[in-house]
Design a protein around this ligand. Structure first.
Ligand code: PAF
Length: 278
C-alpha cells in the first residue's frame, strides 16, 4: 500500500497504479472499524485500484468539542487498510486539503440539506460536499462507497455527483451492526461501558416501530419518543420518518414501504445516529 500525505504524492501514486484501470474510492474520517471494512471489501472487489482517504474534515463539524473529541488513530487505520487490500491511502493534513489562498468550492443541496442533520448541524453538508467534491476532483474515481448509516449524507453526495457531472458512481452500502444490533460507528468507542451496554435499545426500538405501520408517521414518532424517554441515559435529538428520495419528513400519512425512520440519540457527550426502512 502506498501512503500519501500530499496531493503531489497522491497524483504520483495514481499515475503509477491507474494505467487505464478502474478506481474505487472510500472516503473516511479514520477511526476505522468493521463498518468501514464492509465498504473496503466492496471497493476492493469491484475495482482494479482501491483508494481510501483518511481525513478528519474540520469544516463539516459545527461543534468544536465534537471535532476535538473525534477519535484519531493513524497507525491502526493504516494497518486495517493494508489488511483490507488497499492500494493507496491518502491521509493529508488540513493545510494540504485546504491550502491557504485556495478557495474552497462549495455546493448547495436545497431541501435535502434543510432537514434533519442539515437543520441541526448548520454548515455540515456544505463541509461534506466541499471535501467529497475535492476528493472526486483529486482522485477522479469510477466509484465511491458510502455507508447508509448516514442515509442523508448519501442522498447529498448523489446530488453532489450529479451537480459536478463527475461520472462517479455513488455506491450506497447497507448499515453494518454489532451482534447486539448497534450500528457500527467510530463514535461507539467514546461511549462509557454502561452506555455502550444500553445503546442497542436504539435499534431495538426502531425495529419494534416497524410493527406500527398501521399508525400515522406522527403516531409512530410519538411512540418512539416515549420509548427512548424510558432510558435516563438517553436524550433524543430527533426521530423523523421521511421519504427516501426527497428526505422531507412525513406526519399525517401511514409509513409507506421504503420510507425511512431517522433517529439521533445523545448518550453523554456521544451523538449516535441510526435509521430503518419501513
Ligand atoms: O462519513 C464520513 O466519514 C464523512 O462525512 C466523509 C464522507 C468521509 C466526508 O468527510
Amino acid at each position: 500500500m502506498i501512503v500519501c500525505k500530499t496531493r503531489k504524492e497522491l497524483q504520483e501514486a495514481l499515475t503509477r497504479c491507474r494505467q487505464g484501470k478502474s478506481v474505487g474510492l472510500v472516503p473516511t474520517m479514520g477511526a476505522l472499524h468493521d463498518g468501514h471494512a464492509s465498504l473496503f471489501a466492496r471497493a476492493r472487489a469491484e475495482n482494479d485500484v482501491f483508494v481510501a482517504s483518511v481525513f478528519v474534515n474540520p469544516i463539516q463539524f459545527n461543534n468544536p468539542d465534537d471535532l476535538k473529541n473525534y477519535p484519531r488513530q493513524f497507525e491502526a487505520d493504516r494497518n486495517l487498510l493494508e489488511q483490507n487490500g488497499c492500494d493507496i491511502m491518502f491521509a493529508p493534513e488540513t493545510e494540504e486539503m485546504y491550502p491557504a489562498g485556495e478557495p474552497v468550492r462549495t455546493y448547495a443541496f436545497g431541501p435535502l440539506e434543510n432537514v434533519m442533520e442539515g437543520a441541526r448541524r448548520p454548515g455540515h453538508f456544505a463541509g461534506v460536499g466541499a471535501v467529497v467534491g475535492l476528493l472526486f476532483q483529486l482522485i477522479a474515481p469510477d466509484r465511491a462507497y458510502f455507508g447508509e448509516k448516514d442515509f442523508q449524507q448519501v442522498a447529498v453526495i448523489k446530488e453532489l455527483a450529479r451537480q459536478m457531472d463527475s461520472g462517479v458512481e455513488i455506491v450506497s452500502c447497507p448499515i453494518k451492526r454489532g451482534d447486539d444490533g448497534l450500528a457500527l460507528s467510530s463514535r461507539n468507542a467514546l461511549l462509557t461501558p454502561e452506555n455502550r451496554a444500553k445503546a442497542p435499545a436504539i435499534y431495538a426500538t426502531l425495529k419494534k416501530s416497524l410493527a406500527m405501520a398501521h399508525r400515522t408517521c406522527g403516531e409512530v414518532k410519538d411512540w418512539v419518543k416515549s420509548q427512548i424517554a424510558v432510558f435516563p441515559e438517553m436524550e433524543l435529538e430527533y426521530f423523523e420518518i421521511a421519504d427516501p428520495d426527497s428526505l422531507q419528513p412525513l406526519d399525517d400519512t401511514l409509513p409507506a414501504a421504503g420510507n425511512v425512520g431517522f433517529i439521533v440519540v445523545w448518550m453523554g457527550k456521544v451523538r449516535l445516529i441510526d435509521n430503518i426502512r419501513y
